[in-house]
Design a binder for this molecule. Structure first.
Ligand code: IMP
Ligand code: MG
Length: 332
């Protein structure tokens, strides 16, 4: 903290929502800004309830945290209102005037364009909405009457909070391997997903960031098409307990073992200073619900050490179960 960027290392679904919800509660975050768009679902389990958030920042669980959606984001208005209601954050969420809007036609285009279908997009229409923005014909948040009560200028809000030494978190979505620039093109999303791009979407300069926290899952998953090194069969994934379905679209996720080369690349391109590893309890028995490092079985500790050694960043947070507080926190 004070200003931390959270970025995903692989193809999204690393458990960023869980890590953010933990930090919100534990560190009493002052501000959390979500980037990207509705295609990404961040799952938060809190007080026995599951939330799959496509619009509202995952830090909503801490009731004093100011929640923002950055200028570079694409807002799906109907989904935004639905989640604001579900999470009861009406009085503390803001949307940048210049965030662009995803309309129904974008989703239709996404689902009916053969080329986009072949990439296995989520179908929310994010690619077509970004195309429209680049053509400079997009509707912006300020053009939508129902969004008026929420409108704000996110960049000054966040920069003032940083100047005042408040705890600010910039919430990245998806992962580096889905980056339009650094990922597995053309099987990527429509934007850069790296830490620099997250800052850019919010309007925070690189000199204002203190930490970049890269989030790894203990194994890799991918939805949609495109390469996945070391991919397992569905049968093998089921046997290992790695089989997942997507929080947003319900599609089956493909899975593969953790890849150290990709992890190194993600650390480098994001300029990560620290890491989190989620779902360690799925990889090694005996980790579930652990809250201290000493409780971990030896093999699990060795895996964490190997990640640190090979990527060069300390693993400070380790997820050991779905709830926000199922975490081993190795920070001072
Ligand atoms: P789009 O972002 O909907 O255009 O989809 C492009 C590719 O990114 C597809 O392979 C999607 O499955 C993938 N994708 C987009 N958002 C997410 C996410 O939040 N988690 C995982 N995969 C995603
Ligand atoms: Mg997700």
């Amino acid at each position: 903290m004070p200003c931390t960027v959270i970025a995903g290392a692989f193809w999204g679904d690393e458990g960023k929502g869980k890590i953010i919800s933990y930090l919100a509660l534990k560190d009493r975050l002052d501000v959390c800004v979500r980037t990207g768009s509705v295609n990404a679902a961040h799952t938060v389990w809190y007080q026995g309830k599951r939330h799959a958030l496509h619009m509202v920042p995952a830090a909503f669980v801490y009731e004093k945290c100011r929640l923002l959606i950055g200028a570079g984001s694409n807002v799906h208005a109907a989904q935004f209102f639905k989640e604001v209601e579900e999470t009861n954050v009406k009085n503390r969420i803001g949307v940048d005037y210049q965030a662009s809007i995803i309309e129904e036609k974008h989703s239709t285009q996404d689902k009916t364009t053969a080329h986009l279908k072949s990439l296995g997009t989520t179908g929310w229409g994010v690619g077509p909405a970004i195309e429209e923005r680049v053509r400079r014909t997009a509707k912006l948040a300020k053009d939508i009457p129902e969004l008026q009560p929420y409108l704000t200028d996110v960049a000054p809000e966040v920069n003032h909070a940083i100047e005042a030494s408040e705890k600010v978190l910039l919430e990245g979505t998806q992962g580096l391997m889905l980056s339009l620039f650094h990922g597995t093109y053309p099987y990527v999303t429509g934007r850069d997903t790296s830490a620099s791009a997250i800052c850019s979407e919010v309007g925070v300069g690189p000199t204002k960031v203190d930490d970049v926290l890269i989030v790894f899952k203990a194994f890799m998953t991918r939805v949609g098409t495109g390469t996945l090194p070391g991919e397992l069969t569905k049968e093998e994934a089921l046997k290992r307990g790695w089989f997942e379905t997507a929080a947003g679209t319900g599609r089956e996720r493909r899975s593969a073992p953790f890849n150290f080369e990709l992890a190194k690349k993600a650390v480098m391109v994001n300029g990560a200073t620290q890491a989190a590893v989620t779902k360690l309890d799925i990889l090694y028995q005996g980790c579930k619900g652990a809250r201290t490092y000493d409780e971990l079985p030896r093999e699990a500790e060795q895996f964490i050490s190997e990640i640190e050694k090979r990527t060069g960043v300390p693993v400070l947070l380790i997820g050991t179960g779905p709830e926000a507080l199922d975490i081993i926190d190795r920070r001072k």
